[in-house]
Design a protein around this ligand. Structure first.
Ligand SMILES: Cc1cc2nc3c(=O)[nH]c(=O)nc-3n(C[C@H](O)[C@H](O)[C@H](O)COP(=O)(O)OP(=O)(O)OC[C@H]3O[C@@H](n4cnc5c(N)ncnc54)[C@H](O)[C@@H]3O)c2cc1C
Length: 415
């Protein structure tokens, strides 16, 4: 079957991979000159079931209210005119109960564990390199009280099969020596041995190259202008370079799945939540963090890609605005330098901002959408790297009419 995959980010590329593996003919279309040039370009790199807590929770609601109009918090919220934002926000608020948060966390963790297995399979099948670092992730807390509370909250993770260990600073330093000289700067950590990290952009581009070498078409530098339907089926995709006809179509446009989807009557509750990352060269510095993790006090994530260290922070509701300026990174860099003074050359930062394609529950959307031959793989929010390989497999299974090995019955498109 000829399948047009719209979007060459993590979601689209991994869908194409699994379709190819199943013997189909995927054709991938993306407006950028290279795969993974939008949200999949500069993410934190964590492949992390330990980081899969529900974003919507009673605590998140309070934080959201406190952040209105402020520009110095990890969560930033500018009042928006966009009615789609308000619809999204209402649904997010409905997810902010304890019961809903626990339910969403369980579904997120389940998808993480399944996806990690699929990632390992894909790496075995292709041999791609992506700056992988296994051996766990550290979730650091600055006070005893915060550590204690986090340890209690981690019970849900433990019940779901994720190993979480509570460590004091010395124990953390025995696992990752970056903490030896800064043991006085944090109270302890939750260590999740099964978490991993890697460069999502390198991974996506390596998989795309692997596919291109095997004859899969990646139509890059080609912007999709519209999707045309004929009755109950998608007839063609019209681009700035002509049209593409296929037996089936997969919407994997990240945040733009929502805007493009609306033009054909789809209702995809995906809204952009902007995040910022800064990448610095290790440049001979001798003490970068070996393992990825999160400073839970300052809410920034970190990962080591060998020659570079990436630092990531902030969840900002700013619509479809990709802009950034050096002052956006001041707080992040200050907090990172306190914890990791010798991680790399802070004078050589590469700044970036990207839009997380968030759904109100923070779970992705799969399945057939309104038309007989249109499928969705979008809305992966803050976990699209962790979920990429599982989601690609799930999308391919659904397109083939197979029941996915991982149950996604509650993540299917609802019109
Ligand atoms: C700051 C930050 C940190 C993150 N950290 C992590 C992390 O540590 N771990 C994790 O698991 N996830 C993380 N994520 C989330 C992850 O990066 C995303 O979920 C994932 O990249 C989404 O992939 P995607 O393929 O859906 O979207 P994208 O990568 O945005 O891909 C969509 C593609 O569609 C193309 N496109 C859009 N419109 C058109 C059009 N009209 N015509 C043609 N092409 C079009 C774009 O060019 C793009 O390539 C983070 C995200 C951010 C922003």
């Amino acid at each position: 079957m000829r399948v047009a995959v719209l979007g060459a980010g993590l979601a689209g590329t991994m869908t194409a991979y699994e379709l190819f593996r199943d013997g189909h003919e995927p054709i991938v279309i993306d407006r950028r000159s290279q795969p993974a040039s939008e949200t999949s370009y500069g993410n934190a790199g964590m492949i992390a079931p330990g980081h899969a807590f529900s974003w919507a929770s009673p605590a998140a609601l309070k934080t959201l209210i406190r952040s209105i109009g402020r520009n110095d918090t990890a969560l930033r919220f500018k009042l928006q005119k966009d009615p789609h934002f308000w619809k999204w926000a209402l649904r997010f608020v409905r997810n902010c109960t304890t019961a809903r948060a626990n339910y969403n966390t369980a579904r997120k963790v389940g998808l993480c564990l399944y996806s990690q297995k699929q990632l390992h399979r894909v790496v075995e099948e292709t041999g791609v390199a992506y700056g992988a670092a296994s051996g766990g992730a550290m979730y650091l807390h600055r006070t005893e009280a915060a550590l204690e509370k986090a340890d209690q909250n981690a019970q849900i993770m433990r019940r779901l099969g994720v190993e979480v260990r509570k460590l004091d600073p010395l124990q953390a330093a025995q696992i990752d020596q970056v903490y030896l000289p800064v043991q006085d700067r944090f109270a302890g950590a939750l260590y999740v041995p099964g978490d991993e990290s890697g460069d999502a952009r390198m991974f996506t581009r390596s998989i795309a190259t692997w596919l291109i070498e095997r004859g899969v078409a990646f139509r890059l530098n080609e912007t999709i202008d519209r999707i045309e339907a004929d009755g109950g089926r998608i007839a063609r995709v019209v681009t700035d370079q002509g049209e593409v006809k296929a037996d089936a179509y997969v919407l994997a446009l990240g945040c733009y799945a929502a805007t493009m989807g609306r033009t054909i009557g789809l209702n995809l509750p995906i809204y952009p939540v902007k995040g910022y990352s800064v990448t610095i060269p290790v440049a001979g510095r001798n003490n970068p963090p070996r393992l990825s993790g999160v400073d839970e006090h300052n809410l920034f994530a970190f990962a080591n890609y060998g020659e570079h260290v990436r630092l990531t922070a902030i969840a900002e509701f700013a619509g479809y605005d990709w802009s950034h300026k050096p002052s956006d990174f001041t707080g992040l860099l200050k907090a990172a330098q306190e914890l990791f003074p010798d991680a790399g050359d802070y004078a050589e930062p590469e700044y970036w901002a990207g839009l997380r394609p968030m759904t109100p529950s923070a779970l992705p959307i799969f399945g057939k959408a309104k038309f007989d031959n249109l499928w969705v793989n979008a809305g992966h929010g803050h976990m699209g790297w962790t979920w990429a390989c599982g989601s690609g497999r799930i999308a391919a299974d659904l397109i083939a009419g197979r029941k996915p090995e991982h149950d996604v019955s509650t993540m299917l498109y609802v019109g």
